[in-house]
Ligand binder design. Structure first.
Ligand SMILES: [Zn+2]
Ligand SMILES: [Zn+2]
Length: 189
């Protein structure tokens, strides 16, 4: 699929998700201003490298990143499209900046999408994701261990081994160095 074909596809998905919103909230027809009759305008940007999409309710416009559009799977990107459409729809319907709050989540749920703030992208440059803390979960499921960037670097530079480096306060599980390094590298992959 060429870039322009992908862009055409993205536009059609904006219309699809917009229609899903209309079906999910039939009460829009009673809105005083018929904003809902207009599909959001769609633009594509070569400069967006951090976000896959950005909605601007005031301009009734969604801008997508060509980088993400070409590097992500269709199903991942389609969720981004629904996510951004839901922003505009929620802001308009509830007449406020909904952000990722309960109104936006309500729209997401009703159109059948997971109301996650954002989803992870395989093609996100690792450098960007390294800035954040990684959470290593204990097998007991009751505790987790946040590891900051500095510590991640330190651990990743070590040789994988069975050395015990921490103990879960809930269940007493001993985390081995190998286990923690594996978990960190999986999350960075
Ligand atoms: Zn968002
Ligand atoms: Zn535990």
């Amino acid at each position: 699929m060429s870039v322009s074909e992908k862009q055409q596809w993205a536009k059609s998905r904006v219309e699809y998700w917009w229609n899903r919103c209309l079906e999910a909230f039939p009460e829009v027809q009673y809105q005083r201003f018929p904003w809902w009759k207009r599909f959001p305008t769609v633009e594509f940007s070569n400069r967006m490298s951090k976000a896959a999409g950005k909605a601007n309710t005031g301009l009734h416009r969604i801008r997508f990143s060509n980088h993400f559009l070409t590097n992500e799977s269709k199903s991942d990107f389609d969720q981004t499209i629904g996510h951004e459409v839901a922003h505009i729809f929620a802001d308009r319907l509830f007449n406020r900046a909904c952000k990722h709050g309960k109104f936006w989540r309500l729209v997401m749920t009703r159109i059948g999408l997971p109301p996650d703030r954002c989803h992870s992208y395989a093609s996100t440059p690792p450098r960007k994701r390294r800035a954040s803390t990684i959470v290593v979960n204990c097998p007991c499921g009751q505790a987790n261990w946040p590891i900051g960037k500095k510590k991640q670097d330190q651990l990743l530079s070590l040789q994988i081994s069975d050395t015990k480096i921490a103990r879960c306060r809930k269940c007493g599980h001993d985390f081995t160095l190998g286990e923690v390094i594996t978990s960190i590298s999986e999350q960075l992959a």
